[in-house]
Design a protein around this ligand. Structure first.
Ligand code: GDP
Length: 195
């Protein structure tokens, strides 16, 4: 799955804009600045791919990347922006809800959590939404290179505790560092196993 090249396909603002559901896909969610673009770049082995999602105007879209001919990687809008206007937030939530429960080829949602912070109140909203949608979600801890071994155990405990309240959570937590390449092969293998 990860042998082929990866390209930015399109940004989507409504369900009608989704590409044909002709292959499996996985999506990535996380608060802004969690390291989502860096992770997608690391997964695909490209340096500037997901930068497309962080350009002004694209941050509120569902951004589709092809990965070879058989997989879509889907970058969901980052959440937790301090100054986002309420009507915009409502609009994203509606689209997100429609997408998460209405996309037959979506195999898993990866929720990115900063390894330094663990699961915060701002993340709970999407976890709740995922509980009511049709898809299993899995937590990916980012920026693992920034914490010590002892801190790893602590954050894993915190995340395990928080996930135990969410029926849609897949129990395995993946520790990653896009900077050091840690966990990237593991995540690729998980995605490849969803075929
Ligand atoms: P996004 O807003 O979620 O797409 O986040 P970005 O991928 O743009 O990353 C936000 C910031 O975190 C940038 O300054 C990145 O360089 C940094 N960052 C991302 N991943 C890592 C990582 O694995 N390790 C470290 N140390 N920094 C990272």
């Amino acid at each position: 799955l990860f042998a082929g090249e990866s390209i930015f396909l399109k940004g989507v603002v409504a369900m009608s804009g989704l590409p044909p559901a002709d292959r499996i896909e996985v999506c990535f969610a996380g608060r802004s600045n969690v390291g989502k673009s860096s992770l997608i770049n690391a997964l695909t082995g490209t340096k500037a791919l997901a930068r497309a999602s962080n350009t002004p105007g694209r941050t509120q879209e569902i951004n589709y990347f092809t990965q070879g001919p058989d997989l879509y990687l889907v970058d969901l809008p980052g959440y937790g922006y301090a100054n986002a206007p309420l009507d915009k937030v409502k609009q994203w939530q509606k689209l997100l809800k429609q997408y998460l429960s209405g996309r037959p080829t979506l195999r898993r949602a990866f929720v990115l959590i900063d390894a330094r912070h663990g699961i915060k109140a701002v993340d709970e909203e999407i976890l709740k939404l995922l509980d009511t949608s049709a898809v299993t979600f899995q937590c990916v801890l980012t920026k693992a290179d920034k914490i010590s071994a002892a801190e790893r155990e602590k954050v894993l405990d915190q995340v395990r505790g928080a996930l135990s309240k969410h029926p849609a959570a897949y129990p395995q937590i993946v520790l990653t560092s896009s900077e050091k390449g840690e966990g990237i092969a593991t995540l690729r293998a998980i995605i490849a196993g969803l075929e």
